[in-house]
Write a protein that binds this ligand. Structure first.
Ligand code: ADP
Ligand code: ADP
Length: 237
């Protein structure tokens, strides 16, 4: 099995407060890894170190290594814009841009310099198909994305990440703002996406972790106290 992220002696401080304590973990490629544990124990913080979104927080200090395909992504030499393209992110609250469905998907590729309408059309269609949203929206691509249901908005955010051709998709409680049916759709989608992407999902729900993940890391007070296949974690007496 391929390792996507090799995390070694990772520590993270917000000022004087240590939020991550000597994390050592290998995240496998093309699998779903769930991060579970009580609120405030560092799950979200860990997720955000994997695409260096934490760099944007004032007073943050990070030590240790995160090797992605053999390269330390914490190195000063890493281009964080490229990294965030390779390691996409989906948030708890769906956050489509207040523009058309089409423009939401085309936004990232356009920022990367894609101008050709035919190529953009292809990216929009393939990304929406990959996020199981194409059939829902193909007749109203020019409608404002904010008019969609919450579940559709979240799948749009997944499609927007996919349009950047990522290798990894980070999901921070992607269903906690959604109803059960929309949640089930996202969970089914995650199961399909893991063939092509490495997925990490923060969840408050043990049930969700056991449904969607292959591996589970249990966080407690900034440490990973257990990491194993989800099957082993949930069959422990
Ligand atoms: P979880 O995702 O498990 O709920 P977080 O990673 O959000 O936990 O937070 C871990 C700890 O770090 C918490 O004590 C939280 O208050 C603290 N924390 C998170 N973000 C910041 C920040 N920007 N500045 C200072 N402390 C923070
Ligand atoms: P969640 O539990 O969903 O991770 P939080 O409500 O803990 O969200 O955090 C929301 C935002 O506030 C995040 O951007 C987080 O980094 C920031 N934050 C959390 N705790 C602190 C803190 N103690 N000081 C400063 N910012 C914080």
């Amino acid at each position: 099995e391929d390792i996507k992220f090799e995390v070694k002696h990772l520590n993270l401080y917000y000022g004087d407060f240590q939020a991550l304590k000597d994390l050592n973990i290998n995240i496998k490629a093309n699998r779903v890894t769930a991060l579970i544990g009580p609120s405030g124990c560092g799950k979200s913080t860990f997720l955000r170190t994997l695409n260096r979104m934490n760099d944007l927080v004032d007073g943050v200090k990070i030590t240790g290594e995160i090797n992605m395909d053999g390269k330390n992504i914490l190195s000063d030499k890493i281009n964080t814009i490229d990294l965030r393209t390779k390691v996409g992110m989906v948030f708890q609250k769906p956050n489509p841009f207040p523009m058309s469905i089409y423009d939401n998907i085309a936004y990232g590729p356009r920022c990367q310099g894609v101008k050709d309408k035919k190529i953009l059309d292809e990216i929009v269609e393939s990304s929406l198909k990959a996020a199981a949203l194409w059939d829902d929206v193909k007749d109203r691509l020019n409608k404002n994305a904010l008019g969609m249901s919450g579940g559709q908005q979240q799948r749009l955010c997944i499609a927007r990440a996919i349009a950047m051709k990522p290798e990894v998709i980070l999901m921070d409680e992607p269903t906690s703002a959604l109803d059960p049916i929309a949640t089930q759709k996202i969970e089914e989608l995650i199961d399909i996406l893991k063939k092509d992407y490495t997925i990490l999902i923060v969840t408050h729900s043990m049930q969700q972790a056991s449904r969607v993940s292959d591996d589970t890391a249990f966080f407690l007070l900034g440490e990973i106290v257990e990491f194993d296949s989800t099957l082993n974690i949930f069959s422990n007496p």
